[in-house]
Structures are given as structure tokens and as C-alpha cells.
Design a protein around this ligand. Sequence first.
Ligand SMILES: *Cc1c(COP(=O)(O)O)cnc(C)c1O
Length: 365
Amino acid sequence: MKTPFNDLKREYKSIQADIDAKIKAVIDNTAFIKGVYCKEFEDDFASYCGTSFCVGSSSGTTAIHLALMAFGIEKGDEVITVSNTFIGTTEPITHAGAKIVFVDIDEKTYNIDPQLIESAITPKTKAIVPVHLYGQMVNIESVCKIAKKHDLIVIEDAAQAVGGEYKERKAGYYGDAACFSFYPGKNLGAYGDAGCVVTNDEKAARQMRMLADHGRLSKYEHEMEGYNYRMDALQAAVLTIKLKHIDDWNNSRKKVAHFYSEHLNKEKVSVPYEDPDSNHCFHIYCTRVNDRDSVMSKLKEKEVSSGIHYPIPLHLQLAYEHLDLNGSDLKNTEKIAGEILSLPIFPFMTQEEIEYVVESVNKVV
Ligand SMILES: *Cc1c(COP(=O)(O)O)cnc(C)c1O
């Protein structure tokens, strides 16, 4: 049975009338840039996250750049993060002028290992960018404790963790700011590129709002040079509709994940560890298997889509060759890269598909 990795069409069909009406309203009002639809989403999303402010952006990557700039990260600074992530985590560190410093991950959660952070801190360290990978928040209390001790900024990369929680609080509660991506395939996906930053810091929110819109707050007055990093109103309108469903959709993802974890052959497949302090929103259901590439190709023969998040850690990418990190201490990061395998997970999967994935994986491992 052909089982896709994700199917955004099913999601659209389930909310088509609302989406179509909202898009039409934006067009009827020709309110394409800034304006009411952007403000509506920003207000709704801030309240969803439990933060005072939300600043819309053109993507998750630009959201991280805005946050780093607003909190004063600049040339000469060092920023600590992980290597098993999408390059959108680290590009903005370079764009802010800072140096990327990778630390290794916890082998159980695949998230940053807080115990390794302190040894990576130097007098130049200015910030930590923890990544809530696959939708499971990092041990953010430990990260923030270390940050506080060393007077560091914490910018959470929550691109994969819309709706994820740590001790019942969402990203943005713990760090100085949290950045989200609304890339279409993310748990809360726009119909194009979009992102945002949430924060409780009023001054930083003002700064990000300006930086995202050519350094201005009013139409003709530019306090500084900025960027064109705005979220557009059509995306905001789509996201406003979809935000109402995100908790239901995340719960459906969780049901799929728990079915997998219960029924996969755990002698052959390691299923995701769920930190009891963390409410995992399962953007990705990441397993580990021996002989991963052969498992993947056998699944393909059975028409079960699978993925690898991510096959080449950033420190081994050509883009970061100049950092000369080959043979570094990122042992867990390198080890899991050859074993991880992501299985299909999305809110509108049928029970038949879910069972077929389990049956197929158990057969080929
Ligand atoms: C998707 C993603 C980003 C970048 O978001 P874009 O909206 O694609 O720019 C950054 N970090 C992580 C962990 C992501 O998954």
C-alpha cells in the first residue's frame, strides 16, 4: 500500500471552506503586507505560546536571525548549538557575524546534552541555540540554568516544536526568545514560507519588528537599516485558521507515534524515547535500526516512504568544511546519523496505513 510521508492535501480538504474564505478575505481587502491579518495571527500565536509578543517573519531561518540580532549577537561572539539539525539553525549564527560552536547530543533524546555545554563556553560565548528536535523539547531548564550562570542568551529553535511542551510550558517561556518555522511540512505549516519569534522581552520584540521591516515602525521613518523579513498576510491568514486545529492535529500525531512504539519490533527497532517532562509533538517519528540504508530501500519496495533527519551532520557538510571539525568530539551525533530512520507521521493517516507501516517495518528489519 502506497504510504506517503505526509499528505497536506488531506489536511487542506478537512478545512477547505475556512481556508478558502479567509484567503478570499485577504484578497478582497488587498491587505497583503502587514496589517490586520498579520496582527491577528501574531496575537493568536503569542497567546497560544503563553508569551507577551510574537513577531511574524518570512521563515524560521529569518526568525532565528532576527532573534540573534535583537539580543545583540554580533561579530566576534560564539554561539553554542548542535550539529544534528537543519542548516537553518546555523546559517543565521553566521549571518549575525558569530562563530558556530557545536556540542554533542544526548544519545537517548538526540537533543543537546546539557552536561557538555559548560566545557564549550569561552569568554566569547554569547548565546545558546538549543534545538527542540523532532518536536521534543530539550531539557530546557538545565540549559537555562547554565545560561544564567554564565550570562548567556538562550534562543530556542522551536521550528519543529509547535505545541511541544516542557513541564507544561511551551517554547518561549524558558528562553529569551523562541523561533518557529511554518514551512508547509512543519506541524503548523503555511502555504509557502513563514515563521515567527515569540518573546516576553518588549524591547527585543520592538527591535525584531523593526529589523524585519526595513528598520521602521512607521511607514516613512527608518531608525536603522533592517531587512525585508516580513510574514505575508496570505500566510498569516492560513496560519490563523490552522492554529485552531493544531492541538487536535498534534494529538493525532501522538496517537500514530504511540501505536508505532507499541507495535514495532523493539528488538530490532529503537523507538523514540519520550522524556516524561516533555510533551512531544512528533513532528518526526525517528527510529534507529541496524543496516538503515537497506531497511530504507526495502521499505521503498513496499511503497512505504521514509526519511533521514539528518543524514549528514552539519559539521561534516561542505558548507562548514572551513570550521575544520572533522574528527571532532561529536560522537553521538555521528553515530546516530548512520542509524536514524523517520517513519511516516501526519494527522490524517488512516489506521490501515499506520498498521501497514508497522507490518512492513517489522517484516524488513
Ligand atoms: C525548518 C527548520 C528551520 C528553518 O525553517 P525555515 O522556515 O525552513 O527557514 C530551522 N531549524 C529547524 C530545526 C528546522 O526544522
